[in-house]
Design a binder for this molecule. Structure first.
Ligand SMILES: C[S@@+](CC[C@H](N)C(=O)[O-])C[C@H]1O[C@@H](n2cnc3c(N)ncnc32)[C@H](O)[C@@H]1O
Length: 296
């Protein structure tokens, strides 16, 4: 008698409302818990990953060798004595994923670094909340999984508490002490508008793009690259915040350049039905490259 056909394996569900979400980067599957927890200290959004993070993850994967470069410490040939140049060449590229949610972008950078043979050291932060607890669990699980898969090429990432507008303390203070070459900020603009946190977000952006006090005068003039992804949901308020970033008189202003839409994979985003009840419709995703202007 003919055996019944086996049931096909279900397709992995990348955008589950809860449970484990999966995301492919450089041939490796990232698995992250994404549990909606009621109440608590969270702002209600950090439990899941959002469209701008998905688009930015694809952009990073497609451009990793160009993006994951030393910027605060000069690369070889950038001047300075031989010892300083050698030290700069040996130092890892330092990446921050600020307000990381489940952790997609920071983990994607660590995998890209490992698969491209780049020394990349990643720190992820979240506000102290159940979102931070979930992020720390995701980071611990990913470190174990990816170290087993990628060996020593994978540098375990770390997660710490950091609230906009506050001085980094504890693990974040230690993690921020050497400054960052690349900072990722995804879908934080809407929250700053909704919760009236403009100045706090602006202060945090300045803090994480400031070279450490130990930097040499040349390094003090170097500039962190911030990739700032957002979903255009409340046009006037968002435009106002972004215009102020560039305005002279702010200390210090940022130079701002938008990544062309043709360079983005906008097909990877969620559709209306998958957005949950927070938003009525899908908003266009934009990615800006921000760099602090050198101080006079
Ligand atoms: C829309 S979620 C974006 C999460 C993730 N970056 C992404 O794009 O998928 C906004 C994030 O901002 C964080 N957040 C909100 N208020 C904050 C604050 N005052 N300080 C630090 N993070 C904050 C939330 O916890 C959440 O992770």
């Amino acid at each position: 008698m003919a055996q019944p056909e086996p049931e096909p394996e279900p397709e992995p569900e990348p955008y589950a409302d809860d449970g484990v979400v999966q995301w492919e980067v450089c041939g490796h599957t990232l698995r992250m818990q994404q549990q909606q927890l009621a109440g608590g200290a969270s702002d209600g959004t950090g439990w899941r990953m959002w469209n701008s993070a998905l688009v930015l993850a694809k952009y990073i994967e497609a451009n990793a060798p160009a993006l994951l470069q030393p910027r605060l410490r000069r690369p070889p040939g950038g001047g300075g004595d031989a010892a300083a140049t050698a030290a700069a060449a040996a130092a890892p590229v330092r990446v921050l994923d600020m307000s990381a949610g489940p952790g997609l972008l920071g983990l994607a950078c660590a995998v890209c670094g490992a698969t491209h043979g780049l020394a990349v050291e990643v720190v992820l932060t979240e506000m102290p909340s159940e979102s931070l607890t979930q992020l720390q669990a995701n980071v611990a699980a990913a470190n174990a999984q990816l170290s087993a898969a990628l060996g020593a090429a994978y540098r375990p990432v770390s997660a710490a508490a950091f609230t906009w507008g506050e001085s980094p303390s504890g693990a974040a203070a230690a993690a921020f002490a050497d400054g960052f070459d690349v900072v990722l900020v995804s879908d934080c603009l809407f929250i700053a508008v909704r919760d009236d946190l403009y100045s706090e977000l602006r202060a945090a952006m300045t803090t994480v793009c400031t070279p450490p006090p130990s930097a040499t005068p040349t390094e003090q003039q170097a500039s962190t690259l911030m990739l700032f992804a957002y979903e255009e949901r409340c046009d006037d308020e968002e435009r106002g915040f972004l215009a102020e970033l560039e305005a002279p008189g702010q200390a210090p202003p940022f130079a701002c350049e938008e990544v062309a839409a043709e360079e983005l994979d906008l097909e990877c985003t969620l559709d209306d039905g998958e957005l949950g009840d927070l938003f009525a419709e899908v908003a266009p995703v934009r990615i800006l490259r921000l760099q602090r202007c050198a101080q006079e």
